[in-house]
Design a protein around this ligand. Sequence first.
Ligand code: NDP
Length: 400
Amino acid sequence: MGRCLIIGCGGVASVAIHKCCQNSEVFTEIMIASRTKSKCDALKDKLQSTTKTIIHTAQVDADSVPQLVELINNFKPDVVLNLALPYQDLTIMDACLETKTNYVDTANYEPLDTAKFEYKWQWAYRERFEKAGITALLGSGFDPGVTGVFSAYAMKHQFDEINYIDILDCNGGDHGYPFATNFNPEINIREVSANGSYIQDGKWVETKPMEIKRVYNFDQIGEKDMYLLHHEELESLALNIKGIKRIRFFMTFGQSYLTHLKCLENVGMTSIEPIMYQGKEIVPLQFLKAVLPDPATLGARTVGKTNIGCIFQGIKDGKPKTYYLYNVCDHQKCYKEVGSQAISYTTGVPAMIGAEMLMTGKWNKAGVYNIEEFDPDPFMEELNRWGLPWIEDFNPTLVD
Ligand code: NDP
């Protein structure tokens, strides 16, 4: 069917690439291009004999628009799937505009020097993408990503209006280390050490980091402490889902993780302000990343499950209604299938599906869109098919 250029070859990309290779009817040719070409080559060596998908590899600096343009012009993909870091979103979007190529990512742009993630930078490309006749699909991971698809599905099939959404992200996995992050430590720690916030009646309400705590009993996992965080999909869902009064995001954290994080914060190790060290400028958080376990190595030792989903409250046929849509994913099952733990798996599978939606033309409108702005039905079908089946609960316990 088509050609996909995948940028980045880390934890999430590795899963997405495994899945593209399983889905070779759609992904007839892929190019894996990243900063470190040897990682791309190693993955090609592992997968090429198992798939009909033809795999190419290349080195690219995704901060450089000219390098990206050259790569895109040579390979001529139908879609560029950006699985590098949020810092590269805008350069990759610029290269897609210049070459008139569709774009998909899993995380919104974040400038390197301010840990503040919002959509304004990418939404500013809307008119230019419309004029070029190409699509940018923003946030096709799990959260953002599947949470947006779940919201669009709930809106389409279960509600006349949705007033409250609580997104619950539970990782019941255990990797046996006192402290490690499940995906890129820099991105993860920037996210959890930022102030929390939620949207109430159209306005952001800000909280201190980890200020709001709840306990929830998760299906197939049990009771966990969870904390309110700022999360990027709140911004787009509050605009795109009809009738929203409040939308919040909660993530579970164990006590050991929080104690370590507090200590690292207190000594200044999570700072993104550069400091001078032995005549060289270093960023403490980047140095911390270098000493922490590489998330890619956690897969083999992580046991347990993730449970991520959305609880909706709203109105159907004039009556109040509640509805919970979620997915449960088993770390070891993911590891056996693709050699990664469930955090990368739950992001990499929807990334592949997002690219598939554009390559098959099931989603086809020019401009820059968040995932909930498309018809959720074909995506929901593919979630069941490619390893992230969803579960419905029509009488869920609510979060107070
Ligand atoms: P990793 O750090 O494991 O991988 C990032 C990859 O990008 C690496 O291969 C890295 O290269 C490459 N890269 C970084 N900078 C450049 C550059 N300038 N040029 C070319 N390649 C570059 O991260 P993850 O796989 O964990 O995360 C990938 C993305 O997924 C992130 O944007 C993250 O925020 C997002 N994410 C989204 C989630 C969701 O649910 N929506 C959940 C989890 C993550 P190298 O190998 O040389 O380091």
